[in-house]
Write a protein that binds this ligand. Structure first.
Ligand code: ZN
Ligand code: CU
Length: 489
């Protein structure tokens, strides 16, 4: 069912650069955008007859670069469920994996401890080359751009992770990271918020980030805290990246907890200030609830908490923690302790902060969806259409061009992905066609496993991967993406 050539005709082209949209055609040949503009068909190479080209009428529809999910935990799901319906059905054509310090490379275990359990159970890849091979064999429907997690490196190289790495351990981590980067990893992520990485001093992360700099990679971080101490945590991240000479991406930027609501008035100006000396960006998901493992320190008795899974109490899935605590006649913290290990949604943000981060020119969209949760946060299935439906069409928080830029061109540039994220002749043909009037996220906290409406067609590397009238994925043409620029050594 390979498509040799496709003409997307009469669409509104939003090219991902942030520049104004225009009416026009797009000619895809093989995996490449061959031509654009009103005369795209005439620019076809000699030898390709008009009969060889499948023509798709895109009147009334937007033609945009396939969305890049800047923040995912899809490392294992791209192998286990390669159709990737939750993402493909949002128009996503590339997922950045390995965020928050958590990656399935290079730690091998049958029993992933702590937050690593968010990634499922496929910890079988001692090297990036092994993982790249596994992705090739699985043939996922979309592209995979993998980061290496600091926490995974710690598990792989340290005898005891409850302390800073010793010098020999740090040397081993640097050597392992160096090899992973040489074999195609995009950069490093950290999750200093998590217990397994919290004991690491900034110097440990800086040493690793220096290895990343040698490969022209990036550094993404889930800050040490997103609550009272957030400014200090941002300075730490800024200094780490600056000292090492790597671009910084602050993960899922938020001000968490009612005591911190409104503080994006402090954090966003700090990002602007840091931007004067270094490359910095952030990702954000368009919801007021976060989601991670069950942790009693995140249960304050004030914010709502929705249980996403619980190993000892599977029946608690999809219920509010307050109701469970009331049934059991205990405090919410006590109920949380009894439900662990598990996961939850924490309604810990203020809508005004979410809006301000989304509207900031340095923010890009990342779902942070957790594909292994039984009752996941709705961001897993809905983040990208929600940005279009709620924050562009309904609220006009930004223009359509800016919305698309935050979901494609900006992300490709920040993660140093060459020839993706914008529609340009000669670039790779990752394309989404959507209906700007009908696009809508349908996943909710109550019913999170819902496909969005209005995403009409998705092309990955020139192949038709999804069409709205068909339930299942068509071509699976995803690849592992590599960094731009010269590879060292
Ligand atoms: Zn995180
Ligand atoms: Cu994350």
């Amino acid at each position: 069912m390979n498509e040799r050539a496709t003409l997307l005709r009469h669409g509104l082209v939003v090219d991902g650069s942030g520049e104004p949209a225009y009416a026009g055609d797009l000619l895809l040949i093989g995996d490449t955008i061959a031509a654009m503009g009103p005369d795209a068909l005439d620019q076809r190479p000699a030898g390709l007859s008009a009969d060889d080209i499948r023509v798709v009428d895109c009147s009334g529809l937007v033609v945009a670069p396939g969305f890049i999910d800047a923040h995912t935990h899809d490392d294992a799901i791209v192998l286990d469920a390669p159709e990737m319906t939750p993402k493909l059905s949002q128009g996503v054509t590339t997922v950045v994996t390995g965020n928050c310090g958590l990656s399935v490379v290079p730690y091998v275990t049958d029993d992933p401890p702590g937050a690593l359990a968010l990634l499922g159970h496929s910890f079988r890849y001692p090297s990036m080359a092994d993982y790249v091979r596994a992705v090739h064999e699985a043939r996922p429907a979309l592209n995979v751009a993998p980061l290496i997690g600091h926490t995974a490196l710690r598990h792989a190289c340290m005898a005891d992770i409850a302390r800073p790495a010793t010098e020999p351990e740090l040397d081993a981590m640097c050597a392992l990271l160096d090899r992973c980067l040489a074999e195609g990893a995009l950069g490093l992520s950290s999750g200093l918020f998590y217990a397994e990485a919290m004991p690491a001093p900034a110097s440990e992360v800086t040493a690793l980030a220096r290895v990343v700099a040698r490969h022209r990679g990036v550094y993404a971080t889930h800050l040490r805290t997103e609550m009272a101490g957030i400014l200090d945590a941002m300075h730490e991240a800024g200094d780490t990246a600056y000292a090492a000479g790597v671009p910084l991406i602050i993960s899922h930027h938020k001000c968490a907890g009612p005591a911190n609501w409104g503080r994006t008035h402090e954090t966003l100006p700090l990002i602007d200030r840091l931007a004067e000396r270094q490359s910095i960006a952030m990702d954000v998901y368009p919801y007021v609830a976060g989601s991670t493992v069950l942790r009693e320190d995140l249960v304050d008795g004030v914010i709502d908490v929705l249980v996403c899974w619980s190993a000892p109490h599977p029946g608690a899935t999809g219920r509010m923690l307050a109701d469970i605590a009331a049934d059991w006649g205990v405090s919410q913290r006590e109920a949380c302790l009894r439900l662990k290990p598990g996961g939850a949604c924490y309604f810990q943000m203020h809508e005004d902060d979410v809006r301000r981060v989304l509207a900031h020119p340095r923010s890009m969209v990342g779902s942070d969806g957790l594909p292994h949760d039984r009752h996941p946060h709705p961001r897993l299935w809905g983040a990208f259409p929600r940005v279009l439906a709620r924050y562009w069409r309904d609220e006009r928080l930004f223009t359509l061009e800016q919305a698309v830029h935050k979901m494609s061109g900006l992300t490709a540039r920040q993660f140093r992905l060459p020839d993706r994220g914008e529609l340009r002749p000669g670039w790779r043909a990752d394309v989404v066609v959507f209906d700007p009037e009908r696009v809508q996220d349908l996943a909710t906290y109550e019913r999170p496993l819902q496909r969005s409406a209005g995403i009409e067609r998705v092309y990955v590397n020139g192949q038709l991967a999804l069409i709205s009238s068909h339930a299942s994925c068509r071509a699976r043409a995803g690849r592992v993406l590599v960094r731009e620029g010269p590879r060292p050594g």
